[in-house]
Design a protein around this ligand. Structure first.
Ligand SMILES: Nc1ncnc2c1ncn2[C@@H]1O[C@H](COP(=O)(O)OP(=O)(O)O)[C@@H](O)[C@H]1O
Ligand SMILES: Nc1ncnc2c1ncn2[C@H]1C[C@H](O)[C@@H](COP(=O)(O)O)O1
Length: 222
């Protein structure tokens, strides 16, 4: 019996992994998709035509980048729907508006007009009864120093050169955001409770918790 069957996880479940930059979403996405035999939906960083420019000049590029991410995530959402689920998604669409766009607007690096245009578009596309929400959002959290350590270790130059205050601000915002998030059920995971790099077998604990959480919230899907 595979782990998906062992922990009663429906074959059509859609599980999204959320959390701040560098916290370990892609690593978790990869581990879960392998153990559940699910498809993946990754954020494509290397082919993003705006990301480098954005880190170089937030003010100039934040609107372009948000529109790009929104289009990419919406296409992915469609793909997940067309396959009928069975996906692990690396980052949720909710973080684009709830964390990134809002933070840049609040900090003055996205203009009020651009922010309004973006949020209008986001709400029209996503906040409708037709938009399928994930069955579960797995939220990865951990101390800011660990997160910054991982960003440095991963080695994306644009992120390494970004001041630590940017990541600290984001980290604080994530805590507030998740405490108020209610679009779908949430499973919170402390990154120091697992080390999937050193002990890949620990993914079974995560799968067990996901199975339990999906069972507890199954009435929401019927
Ligand atoms: N459990 C872990 N322990 C130690 N390092 C980790 C762990 N999970 C991820 N990492 C490392 O942290 C960095 C960021 O991980 P990644 O999965 O790319 O994060 P995200 O997708 O959230 O930005 C990578 O260098 C990765 O190898
Ligand atoms: N919506 C976004 N706005 C700005 N920057 C974003 C957004 N979504 C992702 N990013 C950035 C943050 C990182 O530099 C890369 C990839 O994120 P990661 O958390 O490492 O998967 O894209």
């Amino acid at each position: 019996m595979n782990l998906r069957e062992k922990y009663n996880i429906p074959a059509n479940a859609v599980i999204t992994i959320a959390g701040t930059v560098g916290v370990g979403k892609s690593t978790m996405t990869n581990a879960l998709s392998q153990s559940l035999n699910f498809r993946t939906s990754y954020e494509k960083v290397d082919t993003n035509p705006y990301l480098d420019k954005f880190y170089d000049d937030f003010e100039k590029w934040s609107f372009h980048l948000q529109i790009y991410f929104l289009a990419e995530r919406f296409k992915e959402q469609k793909r997940i729907f067309e396959y009928g689920g069975g996906f692990i998604q690396d980052r949720s669409i909710y973080e684009d508006t709830g964390i990134f766009a809002k933070m840049h607007y609040d900090k003055g690096t996205m203009s009020p007009t651009d922010y309004e245009t973006y949020t209008n578009l986001f709400d029209a596309m996503v906040m409708t009864p037709y938009f399928p929400h994930p069955d579960l959002l797995v939220y990865l959290e951990g101390p800011i120093d660990d997160v910054i350590g991982r960003i440095q270790e991963r080695g994306r130059e644009m992120e390494q050169q970004t001041p630590h205050t940017y990541w600290q601000e984001m980290h604080g915002r994530y805590e507030d955001w998740i405490n108020n998030f209610n679009a779908c059920p949430v499973l919170r995971i402390d990154i120091n409770d697992y080390d999937l790099m050193k002990n890949p077998d620990q993914v079974e604990d995560v799968v067990a918790r996901i199975g339990y959480m999906l069972e507890q919230t199954s009435h929401l899907r019927k």
